[in-house]
Design a protein around this ligand. Sequence first.
Ligand SMILES: *Cc1c(COP(=O)(O)O)cnc(C)c1O
Length: 355
Amino acid sequence: MDISILLCKEEAKKEKPEDSKLSFGKMFTDHMFFMHYREGKWQDPRIIPYQPFEMDPACSVLHYSQEIFEGMKAFQHPDGSIHMFRPYENAERMNLSADRMCMPKINKDLFVKAISELIRVDKEWAPNSPGTSLYIRPTMIASETFIGLRPSNEFYFYVILAPVGPFFKDGFSPTQAFVAAENVRATPGGTGEAKTGGNYAATLYESKKARDLGYPMVIWLDSIERRYVEEGSGMNIMFVIDGEIYTPPLGGTILRGITRKSIMELATNLGIKVHEERLDINTIIEKISDGSCSEAFFVGTAASITPIGKIYFKEKEYEVNSNEVGDVAQQLYDELVGIQTGKIKDEFSWTYKVA
Ligand SMILES: *Cc1c(COP(=O)(O)O)cnc(C)c1O
């Protein structure tokens, strides 16, 4: 791929945070990648100082949410080199989301090259303490100025970087999850499989209710029978039943997580059997109660693996694995994070060196 990316450097550098003070997604690096789509093609890819953009109030994304995004991470290895995790998987998923939302595709090599160059420019921002990483947020928005219900003819694609600490401030420890009773996240034929803003806006109401009751996470059920477990609002879900892993199959309403896919491959490689099966929440609750379901955890880029210690379902709370981190979650976490951070040999070629 030979598209050259213009570099326009920021002179006034921001102060970098100490690793120990990092939170999630509140601070961004000095530069961003930007290009626009006009007259049927992506134009003028460039790395520019991080900055707000000006938008007409009639800009179409602001009215009808034609927008998609990705979430990825880069990690600093012990030798100081910086590696992304499976970036071509994100490039491919971004294009799937683009297709569903009538947005233009991006050449996958350009996608990876744009992010790689941006990381190289801002590499001093990559933190290296345990639990930290450089979060990468590629975003595409409809930028044409008009009010009307049709796909935009113009788009912005940009990438911003955020040095981040642990997604949950307690790090790798059990969280509490609330099974959505009132709302659904996605529906067959809808946009659940696309990483598009509207899906997340749709989760806010139930998530707020859950949080008010002390549950940071929501578990979504299918929209037809309201009993099959789908996923979290931004993470996939897995259960350990009789020592084997169960996760709902992808079927259009569930985001095809790259962490999900990686964990499935890792588990298989470790000799743990993995099943993709529809999981009735009532059965899961029974199996949690009788102890045959020994672990539940969320999987996603933001927090890698998050054990679930308590599940709230129909006015009752159920404890999973005595609210402790389970062995399977721990083993998979150590493997995944070990590979991402360069502490374990990457026999899958998942890490992609950028600097
Ligand atoms: C991003 C996301 C995931 C996790 O995907 P990863 O590629 O593992 O980060 C899962 N579910 C939803 C709804 C998501 O938005």
